[in-house]
Write a protein that binds this ligand. Sequence first.
Ligand code: SAM
Ligand code: SF4
Length: 334
Amino acid sequence: MTELTDRYNRKHTYLRISVTDRCNLRCLYCMPEEGMQFMAQDRLLTYDQIVEVATAAAGFGISKLRITGGEPLVRPGIAGLIDRLKAIRGIEEISLTTNGLLLGAQAAELKHAGLDRVNISLDTLDGARFKFIARRGRLDKVLEGIEAAAAAGLTPIKLNCVLLKGINEDEIGRFLRLTEERPVHVRFIEYMPIGHDDAGWRERYLPLARVLEEAERLGIAYAPLPDGPAGNGPSENYRIAGAPGSFGLIHPVSNHFCASCNRLRLTAEGDLKPCLYWVDELSVRPALGSPEAMRELFAKAMRIKPENHEMAALLAGTSQSHVPTERRMSQIGG
Ligand code: SAM
Ligand code: SF4
């Protein structure tokens, strides 16, 4: 029985843990190409501290963890952390979100440590375009990472594809066809205005209704997949007739899913975020070492969690009821 029920009767069973704000890419929707200030290593929660917070959270009803970043695999020793998190009573599933660059080298070790599955970010299947979007790294390394994850059994593999107007919208069909070739779940994600200049976001934001329009234009027959692949969360899922894979739409802007939100986020420096979007954060640091203080902290997160975000207000140009976070997505974890 979860203690983590908020004022809107939402039960929280899912904690996303960011382990670093650093990254080996500079995706244009996530952080600037130059000048990003990363936090000093001594401001990161240590693995002991992360395990302490996760153990407390499991005691309050959290059963699913996701490790994220920045790029989580740039922090040394992630497999060891996963091994410790998996041993916590009440933790049933651990997943990881990664850009895939370092998965080739680490997938087998991560699986061995107890990682259940991975979400790999893949916004394009074109090498030159990858350079434009991610500004660093190489597409073939990501593809190698996907192969390594599949070979290691980190399945079902989910591919996160952020759709960007005028940049990768012409690849919707290609990603849909990928689900006919491979047993992967492609998750199309709306570009969210997190810690950005709003003008840049407005220019590139694309509502996901575009995906189904494109499927119809291409004559691709698909049907809803009510149960979806494992741990489908807010994704609205579909399968093309006869395909081994599937696809999903995650549309936080055009049609938010806050009413079913079951998640909390922990930043790499130790701030608990009740909502991705708003500024409110509660530092876990003063509560470390005190189970009672930790319980009160999580209870407070439930008390202050808002009913919903208001990303769409930015499109409509209407005012917002509260203050959005200034953090970049890489400083939260997605
Ligand atoms: N570095 C890892 C990666 O890219 O998968 C994990 C961290 S990244 C912040 C987590 C997810 O957030 C990625 O799938 C990324 O594409 C997505 N993301 C980042 N900025 C976003 C934005 N402004 N809107 C929507 N999704 C975003
Ligand atoms: Fe790095 Fe992930 Fe952000 Fe891209 S989306 S810059 S890979 S943290």
